[in-house]
Ligand binder design. Sequence first.
Ligand code: NAP
Length: 267
Amino acid sequence: MTSWLQLANKTAVVTGAASGIGSAVAKALVSERCHVVIADRDVSRLEEVAKSCSGMAAGSVVTAVECDVASESQVQSLFQNLPATSSPATVLINCAGITRDGWIGRMSVDQWQQVQDVNLLGTFLCCREFLAQPELQMPSKTSLDPPTEPLGGSIVNISSVVATQGNLGQVNYAASKGGVWSMTKALAREVAQRKIRVNCVLPGFVDTEMTQAVPDSVKEHVQKKIVFQQQFGQPDDIANLILFLASCHRSGYITGEAIECSGMISL
Ligand code: NAP
């Protein structure tokens, strides 16, 4: 039976896939019978994700690749060495991200730069190398060729509600996520003619390793007073939205958008 999303047999690259939202997205894509290339810094954690996907969907190939998204050469190698079964990739989900929180007076340049390098530069590098795949270029035309459609694709970036509302102790993170949001809109214009869509999601407070460091008292305050639905999001809540945006059959006329998924948060 054809699934509603119609993502079967497509290849998706998911960064930050060893944990949290990235891991949930990877598993959801596998259950849709996608071939999924999962990338992260820690290959042993990636292997665990790959193992947990095995047997989920017949025919789906999961490949784990060690990749630091802030490294130009590693990102180039990721896209230039996609497994034969998984080439070309037509879906890219940029989930890799970090926080290095602190009040501005005590924030080092290193704290600032690490966050820009992973969240903003990393997203840029992955988008650029994904888009450089030969199969994703406009088909070359001569007067004798019959007209052909470009292959198309979908990029989903992960921004944050912090990009739109700001948050205490996160000027570095807010700047990086605001950059991801703006980059998404600019890039969507550049590649629309190639039938490639670029959108971003703005999660609120999601229950992952990233938020585990937050003290319990703050978590309780966030849950009771700041999120109108009075509960944290789960990685699958974000993954469901990402899969919708990945599917050209279901969100084919949506590009350059930023969609919040936060239970209505007011920071
Ligand atoms: P997470 O559980 O910490 O997952 C992030 C993953 O990215 C980790 O596996 C991490 O590896 C990996 N990563 C970090 N730096 C990397 C690099 N240079 N190259 C490759 N992988 C790298 O956090 P999450 O909550 O799922 O976050 C996923 C995305 O959602 C991030 O972009 C985050 O900013 C965004 N987001 C999260 C929330 C939230 O409340 N959780 C809210 C809004 C937006 P290490 O463990 O080795 O660092």
